[in-house]
Design a protein around this ligand. Structure first.
Ligand code: 5GP
Length: 203
């Protein structure tokens, strides 16, 4: 059985705080896209640490993705693919997509497991922003970077663009062995969760 480890709100707050100087210095985001639901709380915490005196808060846009195993036609799972579906996306016809053109965009999620979700998010956002850029006749490049709280040290199914990796625009606050991470926002009893975190926290 996969080991379960527990993280507290306090630990997550501090992971965001510790990551903020690098994000500010290297990524210089002027917009965040939080992948729901796990990316929402880290993005909101980060926003406080990314706030610069005299500058407005960095806006947060939300997208929702869900991931499920896709069975083969005959329902025999020889080599099932993993399919990502959009449960919430940015609206192309309104200002939302146009608003991304030329920005430094920080994609935020809680965990990079198989990387399928992050691959999908980056690929699809890049595609849609490029479409919007052409539509608007604009020339500014848009730059994506990624922040996750936890990266699992395992073979990844998904791939991120070479330039994003080579320019060090991927940051995981902590890299953990392959395990199941229990986040506080999933807890129905937060006191018990904190107790379990004290006993079985991320090492
Ligand atoms: P992916 O495999 O695409 O990297 O991750 C897909 C999604 O599965 C994540 O966004 C997250 O919602 C969920 N997930 C993967 N590993 C964990 C984990 O250890 N704990 C929790 N709570 N969710 C996870």
């Amino acid at each position: 059985m996969v080991e379960k480890v527990y993280v507290t709100y306090n630990q997550i707050h501090k992971l965001c705080q510790d990551a903020a100087p690098k994000i500010l210095g290297d990524f210089k985001p002027n917009l965040m896209i939080a992948i729901g639901g796990g990316g929402y709380v880290p993005a909101r915490i980060l926003r406080s640490f990314l706030k610069q005196p005299g500058a407005p808060n960095i806006p947060i846009q939300a997208i929702g993705l869900s991931l499920y195993e896709q069975l083969s036609d005959s329902d025999v799972v020889e080599e099932p693919g993993t399919k990502v579906t959009r449960t919430q996306w940015l609206d192309f016809s309104s200002l939302e997509m146009k608003n991304l053109i030329g920005k430094n965009i920080l994609i935020v999620d809680e965990v990079d497991d198989t990387r399928t979700t992050l691959e999908y998010a980056v690929k699809e956002l890049q595609k849609d922003v490029e479409k919007a850029r052409l539509h608007e006749g604009r020339s500014e490049p848009t730059r994506f970077s990624i922040f996750v709280l936890h990266n699992k040290d395992k073979e990844k199914k998904g791939h991120l663009p070479d330039d994003l990796i080579n320019d060090n625009r991927y940051l995981a606050a902590v890299t953990v062995p392959d395990c199941w991470i229990c986040y506080p926002w999933e807890a129905t009893d937060i006191d018990e969760h904190d107790q379990l975190a004290a006993e079985h926290g991320v090492k």
